[in-house]
Design a protein around this ligand. Structure first.
Ligand SMILES: [Zn+2]
Length: 93
């Protein structure tokens, strides 16, 4: 798995926990995913970090596609989402 801090690939799991992540709705139903998210004690940076998952946004509790489609409609996460957009090179010019 990939260290969420430095991106190094590690093979040992430090621990894991189940987290609830909101995904795109299905019709008018809210959709939540229950996901086991692992942490890694990174051999490169020496820190305990959450594994990097491509589909999980930097906002705790949301998938990337949820943030992408609903960024203007989720109160309180707009600033964080802007950070995500900068990182992804999507900032408005
Ligand atoms: Zn690392």
């Amino acid at each position: 798995m990939v260290c969420g801090g430095c991106g190094a690939v590690n093979h040992a799991t430090y621990d894991s926990k189940v987290r609830r992540v909101r995904d795109l709705p299905c019709g008018d139903m809210r959709v939540y995913l229950e996901v086991e998210i692992r942490r890694v004690k990174c051999t490169k940076c020496g820190k305990v970090r959450q594994e990097k998952l491509d589909w999980l946004s930097d906002n705790p509790g949301f998938t990337k596609r949820f943030v992408f489609f609903y960024r203007s409609e989720v109160p309180g996460v707009v600033d964080k989402v802007r950070g995500y957009r900068d990182e992804a090179g999507l900032e408005d010019r």
